[in-house]
Design a protein around this ligand. Structure first.
Ligand code: MN
Length: 499
């Protein structure tokens, strides 16, 4: 086991408390078709335009498993360094929802397709902690009830009904709202790298149910030592949180609420709660049902799922380089800091862009341009790095000009602005605007001689106080429009002023 999470103490009236968090993330499988029907999956289609007879639960319809969705689940399990179960089974989870026409959800209960795994999560300071994955199972999504279309009726849109979800269940291994958000961010990055979920939280394609409980210091360590949940407080589950900000707000609010109940002598009821982002509070949705309330039983329409070990091996061989491995490689191959490498790998396209630009160039300098100047422009314009108007080769050219001393880092900022404005390539701009650094000693000497002659007072002051040389450097820069090579200027000034 790597480092465990860091708890943050919350001061209550009667002493300190700690938060314990476990997450159930629902990730929509990237797939053209649904889990058990051939109907299309897509966002923004007209209502009920993507519903097969199976999704609408017409009598006599039979589900047929989508091989691609199974492959995506296996891939994800491998990416989470998890156990892939060669035999798993689908169960019916019975409950009533107006947007669940079957009257049950096909899910996996006792025998999920993926067992225990782990995710290594980075904190902002670069340290890491490990979140244990309990399981990943495949299940169907429900449809959607629309309450805002008519004053008297609720409409049902079944487009989403039957869409494949991966439910990824973590152990209660996060100890602060920041850690929960960091975990979901990392999980999302891994899924996007794998291509098994697009991670689009705005569309609801990745959403989390957050289990929150509080306990006194020391209790969590007892749970970790024994595995006995009895050491932990009663948990509440906050349903369907679909943004990092809401997740953090919901956790903070919910922990406070539980602490107040206990400190007032009450007892936290195990229940399912909803987060209201407008009021920034959670409220009760329903008392928590236990597994037996759902009357799970094996779906008689589906055979147990048996996976060919050779197929699993084949999928494993085709896995892309994942974020942790890419980060380690960027650090060793390009000599980047853990921080820079972490920023670059957060997005696969950013890492790809970086590697294309860094070839044969000063790798650290390229990292600075990609993660600072370019990233700022892209984010201000809401542009994906894959669509960046400045291409990797253009950054490489700019960095080469700096490396070769053709332009200073300061002038490079101006060149970059012009590149962004579409004025052309770096070399072209430098040529056209006459931005080449002046290293020509003759030209610089003349400027310096004139300056010293015109400012005898300053010149003698520098002899007393050598730091005052900065004034002369500034004047030379001014005279050359910032193009003088700072190294050459300093050297000449020192010589001329007799320092
Ligand atoms: Mn679920």
């Amino acid at each position: 086991m790597n480092d465990v999470a860091n708890t943050k103490l919350i001061q209550g009236r009667t002493g300190p408390w700690e938060i314990v968090l476990g997450l159930e993330v629902h990730a929509q499988v990237a797939s053209n078709a649904k889990l058990f029907s051939g109907a299309a999956v897509g966002f923004g289609a007209g209502p009920n335009a993507q519903v097969s007879l199976v999704d609408a639960a017409m009598p006599g319809m039979l589900p047929v498993i989508n091989r691609h969705c199974v492959e995506q689940a296996i891939k994800t399990g491998l990416g989470l360094k998890a156990q892939i179960n060669e035999r798993s089974r689908f169960d019916r989870k019975n409950y009533f929802y107006p947007d669940l026409p079957q009257g049950y959800q096909i899910s996996q209960f006792k025998d999920p397709i993926v067992g225990e795994g782990e995710v290594i999560v980075e904190r902002d300071d670069g340290s890491t902690f490990t979140v244990r994955i309990e399981r990943l199972h495949l299940e169907q999504d429900a449809g959607k009830s629309l309450h805002d279309q008519d004053p008297n009726f609720t409409y049902v849109d079944l487009n989403r009904a039957g869409t494949a979800l991966m439910e990824i269940v973590s152990r209660p291994d996060m100890r602060s709202s920041e850690e929960a958000a960091a975990y979901v961010k990392k999980l999302r990055t891994i899924l996007i790298y794998l291509g098994t979920c697009d991670g689009d939280m705005e569309k609801g394609n990745l959403r989390a149910d957050v289990n929150v409980s509080v306990c006194r210091p020391g209790a969590y360590e007892k749970y970790r030592a024994t595995g006995d949940f009895g050491h932990l407080g009663t948990r509440c589950e906050i349903k369907n949180v679909n943004s990092f900000r809401f997740m953090q707000q919901a956790i903070e609010y919910e922990a406070r609420r539980q602490i107040e109940i206990i400190e007032d002598g009450g007892k936290v009821d195990q229940e399912t709660r909803l987060f209201d982002p407008n009021k920034v509070e959670t409220r009760s949705m329903r008392s928590k049902e236990e597994a037996h309330d759902y009357r799970y039983f094996p779906d008689p329409d589906l055979l147990p799922l048996e996976l060919d070990p050779a197929w699993i091996k084949q999928i494993e061989a085709g896995l892309p380089e994942l974020p942790d491995a890419k980060k380690a490689r960027l650090q060793s191959q390009y000599g980047l800091s853990s921080y820079d490498a972490g920023v670059l790998i957060a997005e696969q396209a950013k890492a790809d862009f970086y590697e294309a630009a860094a070839k044969g160039r000063d790798a650290k300098l390229v990292a600075n341009w990609v993660t600072n100047d370019l990233a700022a422009k892209l984010s201000a314009g809401g542009i994906d790095i894959a669509d960046s108007p400045i291409k990797p080769s253009a950054i490489a050219e700019l960095v080469q000009l700096i490396e070769e001393g053709v332009i200073s880092s300061k002038i490079a900022k101006d060149v970059f602005e012009r590149m962004w404005a579409g004025e052309g390539a770096a070399g072209e701009i430098v040529e056209k605007q006459g931005l080449k650094q002046v290293s020509d000693t003759g030209a610089l000497e003349k400027i310096i001689d004139d300056l010293i002659a015109a400012n005898p007072g300053q010149a003698s002051a520098v002899k007393e106080k050598p730091q005052a040389i900065g004034w002369f450097v500034g004047q030379v820069m001014k005279a050359t429009g910032g193009k003088a090579n700072p190294g050459a200027v300093n050297q000449l000034l020192k010589a001329k002023l007799g320092l």
